[in-house]
Design a protein around this ligand. Structure first.
Ligand code: IDP
Length: 142
C-alpha cells in the first residue's frame, strides 16, 4: 500500500526583532525554503501593540509577559505564512525548542543562533488551530 501524501497546512512564522537586527532574515528564509516549505505571504513591519497582545494572549499574567511584549514590538520583524505538508510541525522542528541552550539542539535555528529564551529568533504556530488564528491576526486580508 502506498503512503498517502500529507495534507497541506499553513503556519504563521515570525522572524523576531532580534533576528532581523542581527541580519538573519535571509538565513532563516533559506532554511524554510530548503526544507521544501513555501512562502505564501511575507511582510516586514513593526508589530502594533494590539497585535502583539493578541498574539501572546495565552501568556498574559506570566512574569515575562510585559518584557515579551516590549521585545516583540521593539523593532521590525518579518511575519510570514508558510505552507506545505505538515507545515506546523515542520517549522517547529526547524526552529528547535523554546530555550535555545537547554531545549534547541544544534542544527535548528534557535540551537545554532540563540542564547536567550526570550530573544529566541523565531515564532512558529503550535497547532493548525493556532496557525489559523494567528494568520487571521497578522494577515487579515488572506
Ligand atoms: P514557543 O515560542 O517555543 O512556542 P512559548 O512557550 O509559546 O514558546 O513562549 C512564547 C515566547 O515567549 C517564546 O518564544 C519566548 O520568546 C518567550 N518566553 C517563553 N518562556 C519564557 C521565559 O521563561 N522567559 C522569557 N521569555 C520566555
Amino acid at each position: 500500500m502506498t503512503e498517502q501524501p500529507a495534507t497541506q497546512e499553513r503556519t504563521l512564522v515570525l522572524i523576531k526583532p532580534d533576528a532581523v537586527a542581527r541580519g538573519y532574515v535571509g538565513e532563516i528564509l533559506a532554511r524554510i525554503e530548503r526544507k521544501g516549505l513555501r512562502l505564501a505571504a511575507l511582510e516586514l513591519k513593526v508589530a502594533p501593540n494590539e497585535v502583539a497582545q493578541q498574539h501572546y494572549a495565552e501568556h498574559e499574567g506570566r512574569p515575562f509577559y510585559p518584557s515579551l511584549l516590549e521585545f516583540i514590538t521593539s523593532g521590525p520583524l518579518v511575519a510570514a505564512v508558510v505552507e506545505g505538508p505538515r507545515a506546523v510541525a515542520a517549522f517547529r522542528q526547524l526552529a528547535g525548542g523554546t530555550d535555545p541552550v537547554e531545549k534547541a539542539i544544534p542544527g535548528t535555528i534557535r540551537g545554532d543562533f540563540g542564547l536567550e529564551t526570550q530573544e529566541n529568533l523565531v515564532h512558529g504556530s503550535d497547532s493548525v488551530e493556532s496557525a489559523e488564528r494567528e494568520i487571521a491576526l497578522w494577515f487579515p486580508a488572506l
